[in-house]
Design a protein around this ligand. Structure first.
Ligand SMILES: Cc1cc2nc3c(=O)[nH]c(=O)nc-3n(C[C@H](O)[C@H](O)[C@H](O)COP(=O)(O)OP(=O)(O)OC[C@H]3O[C@@H](n4cnc5c(N)ncnc54)[C@H](O)[C@@H]3O)c2cc1C
Length: 494
C-alpha cells in the first residue's frame, strides 16, 4: 500500500486508508496518529547496519503506512482490534535500539510506538518486584529504583540509546552485569500482553510454578510476533554494598576461556567477566593505562564486603591456575567507569564501514572451536575484502558463554546491492559456521528480519511447531510479519 499513489482520494485503497486513520484517531486521538513520511521513516529505523546504511545512502527504510502512539493498554487493545478487523500488519516499536531490523515494516501497515507507556505502576519492596509500563526506558526506571536503594541490574550497551523494558524482554536482552543478575528472561516475573484480535492477557503472578507449560516464556523473545507487551513485573535487587575489581592478562584467548569456565563451574558469581581476544585487547591497551601482552580479562564482584573479599580471592586463585597474570584492580575500575564509552554517540561504528555482531552462545566445550572456525571463515573467505574479525566474551553461564564476535569490512563495495549482498554473505558464513560447531544463533540481540532465515536450520522440525503456534495465536499473521522467520501476513490484502 505504501507504493499506491494517492491520486484522487477516492480510490479503494486510499479511501480505506483514510477510514482506518479516522478509526484510529477516534480511538487514541488524532494527535497520536500520523501518516507523515518522516515520522514513518523514523519509526522504522533501528541500529542495524542495514538501517544505518539505508540512511547513509539516502534510501528508504521499509516503513509502515500509519504510525500510532497509544497512551495505555486500553488504547493498544483498540489499535490491535482495528488492525485485526482490517487484517493490517502491526510492527511494535520500543526504543528502536535493536540491531536486527525488528522495527522495519516490510509489509506496511501500522507502526505501534510504546514510548508513552511509562508508568511505574508499583514497587513491591517486600518481594523486590517492580511493575512498569513496557515503554519506560532503562535509565528512567533505574533512577527511581536507586532512590529506594534498589536496582534493576540490567545495563545493556544501549542503555543510553532509549532501549525500553518491553524491548529488553521482547528480544531476550542482557546487560553488563547479567552473569550474576540474569538476562531479561530471568528477571521477568509477569507480563501483560495484548494479542490479536485485541484482547489483553496476563501471565501468572510468579514465574516458577507447576501450572502447566510456560505462557510467560512464550512471550519472552517473541519480538512482537505474538502480541504487544504492555506491562511487565520484574525482579529488582538491592544496590550492592561494595564492588571489587580484578584484571588479568593471558597468553591467548583460550587460556582466558578456561579461566572463565573454572569460575562459572566452581559456581562463583562475579557480576562481570569480560574477556577480550587479541585484536580487541590491543584496542584497549591505551585506554586501560596499564601495559600488558596477550589478552585482557576484567572482573567485577559485588555484594557485601565479605562476599566480595571471598569471591575476589577465590577467583584470583582459579584464574592463576588457568595461566592468568594479575594486572591489579585499577584496570577493572577504569573499565567499569568507562563501560558506556564505546557506545557513546560518534564512537559507534557507522557506514560506510560494514560491520555486524554475531553474539552466538554455546557450551564451554564448543566455545574454542567456534572462535577458531569463525575467525578463519571471516578472515580467509573474505580476504579479498580485507574482512576483520574480533571477539569478546561478556556473558557467562553455568554451562557456557556468549561469544560477542564481530566482522568489519573497512571499504565495502559502494553499490548498495553489492554491499548488501556482501553483508548477507558474511552473516551466512559466520552464523552457519557457528551453528556447525555447536553455537546457537543468538544470545541477546534477537533475530528480527536479519536472522530470520537461520531459524529453520537452527530448530529443524521444531521451527514448524513454533510456526504452528504462531499461526494459532495470530491466524492472520499480522503481528510483526517478516520477523523471526515467520514470513508475510497470511490473509492480508493490505
Ligand atoms: C550500541 C548498542 C549496544 C547494544 N547493547 C546491547 C546489550 O548490551 N544487550 C542487549 O541485550 N542488547 C543490546 N543492544 C540491542 C538492543 O538495544 C536491545 O535488543 C534492546 O533490548 C532493544 O530494546 P528497544 O526498546 O530499543 O527495542 P526495539 O529496537 O524498539 O525493538 C526490538 C524488537 O522488539 C520488539 N518490541 C519492542 N518492544 C516491544 C513490546 N513492548 N512488545 C512486543 N514487542 C516489542 C520490536 O517489534 C522489535 O522486533 C544494543 C544495541 C546497540 C545499538
Amino acid at each position: 500500500m505504501s507504493q499506491t499513489p494517492e491520486s484522487d482520494g477516492v480510490s479503494g485503497t486510499s479511501y480505506l486508508r483514510g477510514q482506518i486513520v479516522r478509526e484510529l484517531s477516534a480511538a487514541i486521538g488524532a494527535a497520536n496518529v500520523s501518516t507523515e513520511a518522516t515520522e514513518l521513516q523514523a519509526q522504522a529505523a533501528d541500529w542495524s547496519w542495514y538501517s544505518k546504511y539505508l540512511a547513509f545512502k539516502n534510501l528508504e527504510q521499509p516503513s509502515a503506512d500509519i504510525a500510532v502512539t497509544p497512551a495505555n493498554t486500553a488504547e493498544v487493545e483498540r489499535v490491535i482490534q482495528i488492525a485485526s478487523d482490517y487484517r493490517i500488519p502491526v510492527t511494535t516499536r520500543g526504543g528502536g535500539s535493536g540491531t536486527q531490523g525488528g522495527t522495519f515494516a516490510p509489509y506496511g501497515g501500522i507502526s505501534l510506538d510504546l514510548t508513552r507507556l511509562t508508568d511505574i505502576v508499583d514497587i513491591d519492596e517486600k518481594s523486590l518486584v517492580v511493575t512498569v509500563g513496557a515503554g519506560i526506558d532503562g535509565p528512567t526506571l533505574e533512577a527511581e529504583l536507586n532512590e529506594k536503594g534498589l536496582t534493576l541490574a540490567h545495563y545493556p550497551g544501549s542503555y543510553h540509546l532509549g532501549a525500553t523494558i518491553g524491548g529488553f524482554i521482547a528480544a531476550r536482552g542482557s546487560g553488563v552485569v547479567s552473569t550474576k543478575y540474569g538476562k531479561a528472561e530471568d528477571q521477568v516475573l509477569q507480563l501483560e500482553v495484548v494479542v490479536p484480535p485485541g484482547k489483553t492477557v496476563k501471565t501468572l503472578a510468579v514465574p516458577s510454578h507447576a501450572a502447566g507449560s510456560d505462557l510467560l516464556q512464550s512471550f519472552v523473545g517473541s519480538e512482537g510476533t505474538l502480541g504487544v507487551i504492555t506491562q511487565a513485573s520484574l525482579r529488582v535487587d538491592p544496590l550492592p554494598e561494595s564492588r571489587g575489581f580484578l584484571s588479568f592478562s593471558f597468553p591467548d584467548i583460550f587460556a582466558g576461556i578456561e579461566a572463565g569456565r573454572l569460575i562459572m563451574t566452581n559456581r562463583l558469581r562475579p557480576a562481570v567477566i569480560r574477556l577480550y581476544d587479541e585484536a580487541d585487547s590491543k584496542k584497549l591497551q591505551d585506554w586501560v593505562g596499564t601495559p600488558f601482552t596477550g589478552t585482557l580479562m576484567v572482573i567485577m564482584c559485588d555484594g557485601s564486603k565479605e562476599l566480595v573479599d571471598y569471591e575476589t580471592k577465590a577467583i584470583t586463585a582459579l584464574v592463576e591456575k588457568a595461566g592468568g597474570s594479575s594486572l591489579g584492580p585499577d584496570v577493572g575500575q577504569t573499565w567499569w567507569d568507562g563501560k558506556y564509552e564505546p557506545y557513546a554517540k560518534g564512537k559507534l561504528p557507522q557506514p560506510p564501514l560494514m560491520y555486524g555482531t554475531f553474539d552466538q552462545v554455546a557450551r564451554f566445550v564448543d566455545i574454542p572451536n567456534i572462535y577458531r572456525a569463525k575467525k578463519q571463515v571471516i578472515e580467509e573467505k573474505f580476504s579479498e575484502y580485507g574482512a576483520r574479525y574480533t571477539a569478546h566474551l561478556s556473558h557467562w553461564y553455568d554451562w557456557g558463554a556468549m561469544l560477542y564476535d564481530r566482522f568489519y569490512v573497512d571499504e565495502p563495495p559502494t553499490d548498495p546491492a553489492e554491499a548488501m549482498d556482501l553483508h548477507d554473505r558474511l552473516w551466512d558464513a559466520g552464523i552457519l559456521t557457528g551453528m556447525e560447531n555447536g553455537g546457537v544463533l543468538n544470545d541477546h540481540h534477537g533475530v528480527g528480519i536479519k536472522l530470520g532465515r537461520f531459524m529453520r536450520p537452527q530448530y529443524g522440525h521444531g521451527f514448524e511447531l513454533m510456526r504452528q503456534l504462531k499461526d494459532a495465536w495470530d491466524p492472520d499473521g499480522i503481528m510483526n510479519p517478516g520477523k523471526l522467520g515467520f514470513g508475510p501476513p497470511r490473509n492480508s490484502k493490505w
